[in-house]
Design a protein around this ligand. Sequence first.
Ligand SMILES: [Zn+2]
Length: 304
Amino acid sequence: MSEFSLQVLGANSATPMYGRYPSSFVLKFDAQQFLIDCGEGSQMKMSEFHVKRSKIDHVFISHLHGDHIFGLPGFLNSYNLNGRQKSLALYGPTGIADFIEAVKNASTAYFNYELVIHELDGDQRLDLGILGGLQVTAFPLQHRILTYGYRFDEVSAGLNIRPEAIEAFNLTIEEMKLIKTGQSITRDQKAIPIESLTFPPTAPRSFAYCSDTMYDKRIIPYIDQVNLLYHEATYLHELVDKAHDRMHSTTLEAATIARSANVRHLLIGHYSSRYKVLDPLLDEAKTVFANTSLAEEGCIFQII
Ligand SMILES: [Zn+2]
């Protein structure tokens, strides 16, 4: 099975505090890596955690607040120094192209490689296609500016061929392609039962990213039954009024969304800098959704 995991580079809210960094995550699938948000300090964390930047071909930005994009200009610029030549795809809300252009103009920066910017707009779910082996969709979140969540679904690879069958029946490449689609083959003019050649495909895995957003039940269909959900939980629930004012979520709200969407595992983050210790946020979320974890810098979560 392909590796499918999420590494946390930063999961604090606006201010870097207590060793915690603003939002940034690396999603790994097979040989691909996807960068999701790029807050200040992302590059330092990539170096610390030995993230191979050359494997990143797609960057997804949730919104244009600084704690999600202020690491982006430096990240893009470093590829020049690394001699990047292949193109890089950047997805984000409308306005992201102007942001990049303004930074380039002000600092006379240029890119040696092609940066392909895909600006997203509107209040509907957007199908971004199959990127690096994952089906990617963007969906609207409720925040103070145009903001998108992202969902990444593994594309089913069809039936799995039994390793022992390859040798036993001396299968050719062409035969294996047919078998993966469910067609049988013959030996000595007899059809080999497909069950002897394959085992059923594993269920496709999925991850959804929701930061920043206020509590909004309308996102539930977009994140339905994902294996891993990252949902912001900026505050303990005692600050629910502040959360609503700032269009953020509380621990109990994130956990309620996870429970309603039947997700398998909830990861909370985007912690307010008022919290030096995070255990109370985890404990409170677990009262509603037991399989909750804290996003903390360096942690890797397998998507299973
Ligand atoms: Zn924000």
